[in-house]
Write a protein that binds this ligand. Sequence first.
Ligand SMILES: Nc1nc2c(c(=O)[nH]1)N=C([C@H](O)[C@H](O)COP(=O)(O)OP(=O)(O)OP(=O)(O)O)CN2
Ligand SMILES: [Zn+2]
Length: 128
Amino acid sequence: MAKATIVKEFTFDAAHRLEGYQGLCQNLHGHTYKLQVGIYGPVKNEAGAADDGMVWDFVKLKQAIKEKIIDKLDHQYINELVSFRPTSENIALWMMKTLLAANIPVKFIRLYETPTSYVEIHEGDIGE
Ligand SMILES: Nc1nc2c(c(=O)[nH]1)N=C([C@H](O)[C@H](O)COP(=O)(O)OP(=O)(O)OP(=O)(O)O)CN2
Ligand SMILES: [Zn+2]
């Protein structure tokens, strides 16, 4: 069966600070984060089915990411929500773990902290 990766993009606004950072990022500041989530799987081939020709319905994917990630982080102070240092890398790893735990077959997460800085995490990159 043919396979494909589909990608859905989101933005959210959040504040953070990097404790112990030698520079401006130790201060409270905000970002408009851009998140891209890639889902990999078979392209369903079932004539008449609602999801015929799809890997996952973009609408269902949007609802799932919104519930699990965006609604939790949008307009929040990330330091108060998590126990890790909220770098882009750690935030993206948390996103990957959260989505895999919800049985969403994420292939990759790309998280832009600024228009010129992003991190990419692939399935399998999560350590213990
Ligand atoms: N590897 C990482 N390095 C840095 C992180 C991070 O999460 N991972 N985060 C920061 C700061 O939070 C900072 O907000 C980002 O810095 P920077 O990309 O330099 O932001 P600018 O707005 O200055 O971006 P420009 O496009 O270069 O103007 C620091 N480092
Ligand atoms: Zn920052």
